[in-house]
Design a protein around this ligand. Sequence first.
Ligand SMILES: [Zn+2]
Length: 313
Amino acid sequence: MSAFDSFPLGQPAFVTNILDRAAHLRGNDEKLLALESQPNSRAYVVHRDSLVVKREAGGARALLAIDEALKFGANPGTIFLGLRDGAAVFGMGISATAAEKLLTREDVAVTELRGMAMQGLVPPDQLSAIAMAKSMVSWHQRHGFCANCGTRTAMKEGGWKRECPNCKAEHFPRTDPVVIMLVTSGEKCLLGRQKHFPPGMYSCLAGFVEAAETIEDAVRREIFEESGIRCTDVSYYMTQPWPYPSSLMIGCAARATSEDIVVDRSELEDARWFDRDEARLMITRKHPDGLAGPHPFAIAHHLLGRWVHGGAT
Ligand SMILES: [Zn+2]
């Protein structure tokens, strides 16, 4: 299956969630414990940017039985992600030491999630649930102490809250909004490249939304800061959860009101205008100079693809 089949236009990775979040069960500790010991319950085990998978004849299996996950060395604390066909699905972390031990086994792999997803080794419809596991495990690992008084906090609500036993402060998993946008000027679009991109790759510009800032202002500000271009008519397209570690990419389009680019070299290696035909060749990986657009895994590909096919400007 090609990347274009796995992620057709309008469906980047992490947007199709097969789980019923069943939030009404989160406060019921007894029920969650009972679900954890049900034979049909499953878990995704994540370690940093990697996923623990069982190697089988048919390919890699990401959903592990709870016993299986524990035998692999996963941490016993589970995060309730939801129900799939009535069966509970949990997220689990694993220590670096336990993950390292797995590297010697032939029947298990600890593999970087993005690479697996891009190669179609994980079913696209499971990526959103895996993203939930990844973001939540990462949040618990980095937020073990109360930001208010410094006391170690305790996991509550099936992992969807941490509570401080000392000052009673409640802490909730965070999601960081990021704007990502395709700016166009007639038949041209603005793309940039960061130093760490593969050679020849260009993508949409992006940046974090700041405190007390609207999405529209964030789009205009980021575009001006990174490229010196002024823009207007900001419109919303779609969002993509981005579990690195817990962002929400807000895909937008905007119309440029100026064309002279001044690249902020601290953010970008280059930024330039591309015409629609060139952009088409880039996203289909057929550009004669080897230039390429973003992978269909990412929302940037879909922002660009929509415009290439005559969509919003
Ligand atoms: Zn506290």
